[in-house]
Design a protein around this ligand. Structure first.
Ligand code: BG6
Length: 464
């Protein structure tokens, strides 16, 4: 039976805005997540003096990355995923010249990773569009952002071409529908045609991605550049045909994004959506050609949980994916995310069957309430979650899925993207900080730290 490949990438994933802090240091500008307490709350128009924004300090990774990376390397990581904060490189997003101090920070960060034997896996935009690009241009609904993004990529590809071989364009691009301000710097509900706004933003991001895929292959021929989607699973709530069809159609709302980016063309089912929603895309000459010619090399995705779809249900979602009806067969985390390793195997097979291109699990993990006792956390629940998900992933590989790697989400506690809490902890490493920003920021290894180390050492064979 097929096993995980020998060069399987094992590691963890974070995002700049949830870890770095130093939110205005060394010339960084404000990005869309800097004005929010968490994506489930409405973002402010600007940073309000005196208000607490958890990401402004986060876990101070900007200053502690050397020690933190050593801890990652202690688990045997051979890769580490993080994002470049666009506003560190172009504080407003529309300048022509980059901020050298921002570039230098990532130079040092990537060098440190490489010295420790970790391949950098880099998200180019992880909910981090510079706020100015919303204020001045209205975000990704405006085509002008394509050129700003391409310029940003040109600069980072030139600078990091020797260090970074795994890239991803937009984090969870399909969240343009459910978390539009974070995913695409747009506020559709403030426009007179929300659907038009969302689909136009998506189109502009598709064009930008393909242009950047092209650029990446020209500038760094040996690099791989992928797309990234939130693909936690959705089941029909019952075998009632309307639930089954509805769940399928709902899934397409997400897969639409990877259909375009992986296959290189708009799928036929969108014509009906566009007609029904009265959406008329501004597609410029050359757009469809570039999308066709430069698709993504691989599909990176996050998988946390599953949910169920009941006919007529409103379509809502958060950082864990679509929010539907509870599944009576599954347990859940304290945040109500239902734990479903079988669903993980299902989704891996679903995606590989659909695209026949390599997959990369770039987020999977369990957010929980951890209690620090005797300088550690006895997080058996996290070990159980991981064991079952890694087992399911191995089954999927045995089923024939081509899988590049697995980066666990939040190997060190960071600020929750959805709720802004520190209390929602994913890490193998505990960070002493609470929801109100108090704490020493000291790091402690949890029980899962040594467990994950054994898993990596044995290339996923040792799961006891
Ligand atoms: C994904 C995001 O949606 O889920 C991450 O890419 C996020 O940024 C992760 O942190 C987990 O969600 P949360 O809300 O628990 O932090």
């Amino acid at each position: 039976m097929k096993k995980l490949r020998k060069d399987f990438l094992w590691g963890g994933a974070i995002a700049a805005n949830q870890a770095e802090g130093a939110y205005l240091e060394d010339g960084k500008g404000v990005n869309v997540t800097d004005v929010s307490r968490g994506l489930m709350y409405e973002a402010d128009d600007h940073v309000i003096e005196g208000k607490y924004y958890p990401s402004h300090e986060a876990i101070d990774f900007y200053h502690t990355y050397k020690d933190d990376l050593k801890l990652m390397s202690g688990m045997g990581f051979n890769c580490f995923r993080t994002s470049i904060s666009w506003a560190r490189i172009f504080p407003n997003g529309d300048e022509s010249e980059p901020n050298e101090a921002g570039l230098k920070f990532y130079d040092d960060l990537f060098n440190e990773m490489l010295e420790l034997g970790m391949e950098p896996v880099v998200t180019i935009s992880h909910y981090e569009t510079p706020l100015h690009l919303y204020d001045e241009y209205g975000g990704w609904e405006n085509r002008k952002l394509i050129d700003f993004f391409v310029r940003y990529c040109e600069v980072i590809f030139a600078r990091y071409k020797d260090q970074v071989k795994y890239w991803m364009t937009f984090n969870e691009i399909n969240n343009v529908h459910t978390i539009p301000f974070a995913a695409a710097a747009i506020k559709p509900d403030k426009t007179d045609h929300p659907m038009q706004c969302k689909f136009q933003a998506a189109h502009n991001m598709f064009v930008a991605s393909s242009k950047v895929n092209k650029l990446c292959h020209e500038m760094i021929p040996e690099a791989h550049i992928g797309c990234m989607l939130s693909l936690s699973g959705v089941y029909p709530n019952t075998c009632k045909p309307e639930d089954v069809l509805g769940a399928y159609q709902l899934r397409r709302r997400s897969l639409f994004f990877s259909d375009v980016m992986m296959r290189g063309y708009y799928p036929s089912y969108v014509e009906r959506w566009f007609e029904e929603y009265d959406v008329h895309l501004d597609i410029q000459p050359g757009d469809l050609e570039i999308i066709k010619e430069y698709p993504s090399d691989y599909l990176g995705f996050s998988y946390y949980r599953t949910t169920t779809y009941k006919d007529g249900m409103p379509i809502l979602g958060h950082t864990g994916g679509i929010v539907g009806e509870k599944n009576p067969y599954l347990k859940e985390t304290p945040w109500g995310w239902q734990i479903d390793p079988v669903g993980f195997r299902y989704v891996l097979n679903e995606l590989y069957d659909r695209y026949q291109k390599p997959l990369f699990v770039v987020e999977n993990g369990m957010g929980n309430v951890d209690v620090l006792e005797n300088e550690t956390v006895n997080d058996d629940y996290r070990i159980d979650y991981l064991r079952e998900h890694i087992q399911a992933m191995k089954e999927a590989v045995a089923d024939g899925v081509d899988l590049i790697g697995y980066t666990y989400w939040g190997p060190i506690d960071i600020v929750s993207a959805g709720t802004g809490e520190m209390k929602k902890r994913y890490g193998f490493i505990y960070v002493d900080k609470d929801n109100d920003g108090h704490g020493t920021l000291k790091r402690y290894k949890k029980k899962s730290y040594d467990w994950y180390k054994k898993v990596i050492e044995s290339n996923g064979e040792e799961l006891d």
